[in-house]
Design a protein around this ligand. Structure first.
Ligand code: G6P
Ligand code: MG
Length: 213
């Protein structure tokens, strides 16, 4: 049975998937790039720069590195304007309890978020102390679906990947978990998370007892 659960943050614990989505859409609208839910779904879980590259797949001209830096910064400014006002009320329902129950069951907990804003968000949400290890996204070189971030989480906990269960709301995240050699719980809709080993509609449905028998 598992010794640890490694949680994603945006869209699993924090109600921020919609905030990232809105910030990217605002940027796309401003620079005249198409943005629909299919593009939005592909951006989930993917780091800032890789997300921008996905957005720019539909561009009709090329962008310099300096322009890309400016666009990524602009998106992040839009995102930060929203989360600056965040507090514990922006936790997804049941999220705190899912992590707390995991700890009470004697398992370790880690956070594997690609977001550079994760430390700020954890403080704002008031849950920083619930994690034994938080991956520093700044040290991760390969975005999800690469396994690097989940492997870093397992290493940070001092555990083998096979002892860890990953929880994700993004297809790229589920792929990252599997590539790391871990089992994956998908949070959300079946069409986006067909590869997950177990699918739950939301984090409130996460019952650690189902994974520790
Ligand atoms: C998470 C979110 C993505 C976001 C990425 C980078 O993985 O799911 O939507 O692009 O973090 O976030 P950042 O806050 O560093 O731009
Ligand atoms: Mg996510």
């Amino acid at each position: 049975s598992f010794k640890a659960v490694i949680f994603d943050l945006d869209g699993v614990i924090a109600d921020t998937a919609v905030v990232h989505h809105a910030a990217w859409k605002k940027l796309a609208d401003e620079i005249g790039l198409p943005f629909d839910d299919a593009v939005g779904e592909r951006l989930k879980g993917v780091d800032r720069r890789a997300s921008l590259e996905i957005l720019l797949e539909n561009a009709t001209r090329s962008y310099s590195e300096a322009e890309k830096d400016a666009l990524a910064t602009r998106k992040n400014d839009y995102y930060r304007q929203q989360i600056e006002h965040f507090g514990p009320e922006n936790l997804l329902p049941g999220a705190r309890e899912a992590v707390a129950a995991t700890r009470r069951a004697g398992l370790k907990t880690a956070l594997a978020s690609a977001s550079r804003n994760a430390p700020l968000l954890l403080e704002r949400l008031g849950i920083a102390e619930l994690f034994d290890y938080v991956v520093d996204a700044g040290n991760i070189r390969h975005a999800k679906p690469d396994p690097e971030i989940f492997l870093a989480a397992a290493a940070g906990l001092g555990l083998a990947p096979a002892d860890c269960l990953g929880v994700e709301d993004a297809a790229a995240g589920v792929a990252s978990i599997h590539a790391a050699g871990m089992a994956a719980v998908g949070i959300g809709q079946a069409q986006a998370l067909a590869e997950a080993d177990r699918l739950l509609p939301n984090i409130a449905a996460f019952d650690i007892g189902q994974f520790t028998t």
